[in-house]
Write a protein that binds this ligand. Structure first.
Ligand code: NAD
Length: 341
């Protein structure tokens, strides 16, 4: 039985707590938040769980084996460091930290103490994303040419991070997982329309280039009339649209494409052959991604599994975010990405 503590129960923490609480192999011991009203709310839902406004009561708790940190990103490094230094396994929400140097420090402490360090890249635990991975790996879509992500809605405007740090970790972690590779170059453009005085970009367009020529484009915005969570994958055989907002048809596979006629002698004979066949809607497992995510963390602690979103994966995402923001500051200048070995 793994005994767990949680630091941070604002908007996101309670979702993690609900899924943790349903797992038979773990016990929720204590929850910390600076806001007493949040603790009062959680205490009504989980009367057997201790609550505190002092997170050191979690890090110093003798019975707690593992800690979930779901606080704002600016606090991730310091809270994460304290958890690991107290000898406890750590699940840290995304993005892992606000700099790659801080990520490296956390990885070093976890390695030194042989502790699990997992980052909350939730989409890796979502059944549509796993289905897309299956379809890509099986060759069903052919060679992937490019992917286009849209993650836009109105708000919520953050005060401590721009829209790239807030929203793009999902798409960057997803594309690295799906391609089994990380981008070699990033360029980005972004603008501060609303929080101009604070210099916080609310809209950004991030372009990623992979070593084999594949491209990914990510549009993130807090300034859009529609909530859109969509990714379009264009392959040489088929095309796929992932709409995370759709209740029943999250993935649609289109048997559509363009072929070049194999033989032609003159330019006049050159023809493109357009294919437009059936649309296939795969059946998806309905398990809540956070349940899979929490269960994976416990499995890794108990030695049954290897982390899919480890500290090293979290670091690579932060490296892409850092370079994307550097590119924004340099008017879209392409930035090379070099990862730690
Ligand atoms: N994986 C996902 O899909 C996903 C979705 C939403 C948010 N998140 C991540 O979850 C984290 C929290 O986001 P949120 O939207 O819940 O923020 P939030 O502001 O709603 O909640 C954060 C909570 O942390 C508490 N807190 C801050 N410092 C603390 C400390 N030292 N000790 C105890 N409590 C402390 C605050 O009082 C607050 O209640 C962020 O890293 C965010 O990126 C992840």
């Amino acid at each position: 039985m793994i005994k767990v503590g949680v630091i941070g129960c604002g908007y996101w923490g309670p979702n993690l707590i609900r899924n943790l609480n349903g797992l038979p192999e773990c016990e929720l011991i204590a929850i910390a938040d600076l806001d007493q009203s949040r603790l009062d709310h959680l205490a009504r839902l989980y009367p057997a769980t201790q609550t505190t406004t002092d997170h050191t009561e979690i890090t110093d708790h003798p019975d707690i084996d593992a800690v979930i940190v779901a606080t704002p990103m600016g606090t991730h490094y310091e809270l994460g460091r304290q958890v690991l230094e107290a000898g406890k396994h750590l699940f840290l929400e995304k993005p892992m930290a606000t700099s790659s140097d801080d990520c490296r420090k956390l990885i070093a402490i976890a390695d030194e103490r042989n502790l699990q360090l997992m980052v909350g890249h939730t989409f890796l635990y979502a059944s549509p994303v796993r289905k897309i991975k299956e379809l890509i790996d099986s060759g069903e879509l052919g060679d992937i040419y490019y992917v286009n992500f849209s993650r836009v809605n109105l708000g919520i405007f953050q005060k401590d991070a721009n829209v790239v740090w807030d929203l793009a970790p999902h798409d960057i972690s997803m594309i690295c997982y799906l391609f089994g590779d990380c981008p070699v170059r990033v360029s980005a453009q972004g603008h501060c329309y609303v929080q101009r005085d604070l210099g916080i970009e609310d809209v950004a367009f991030v372009a990623l280039e992979f070593g084999d020529g594949r491209l990914a484009h990510i549009h993130v915005s807090w300034l859009d009339p529609n909530k859109i969570r969509r990714a379009t994958f264009v392959g040489s055989r088929k095309m796929l649209v992932y709409d995370d907002i759709s209740a029943s048809e999250k993935i649609r596979v289109f048997d559509k494409g363009v072929d070049v006629q194999p033989h032609y002698d003159t330019f006049g004979e050159f023809q493109l052959l357009y294919r437009s066949g059936d649309v296939f809607i795969p059946h998806l497992d309905t398990t809540e991604p956070l349940k899979t995510e929490m269960s994976h963390f416990i499995d890794a602690i108990e030695g049954r599994d290897t982390l899919l979103s480890s500290g090293r994966d979290g670091l690579r995402v932060v490296q892409v975010l850092e370079k994307a923001c550097e590119s924004i500051r340099k008017d879209g200048l392409p930035m090379d990405l070099v990862y730690d070995s």
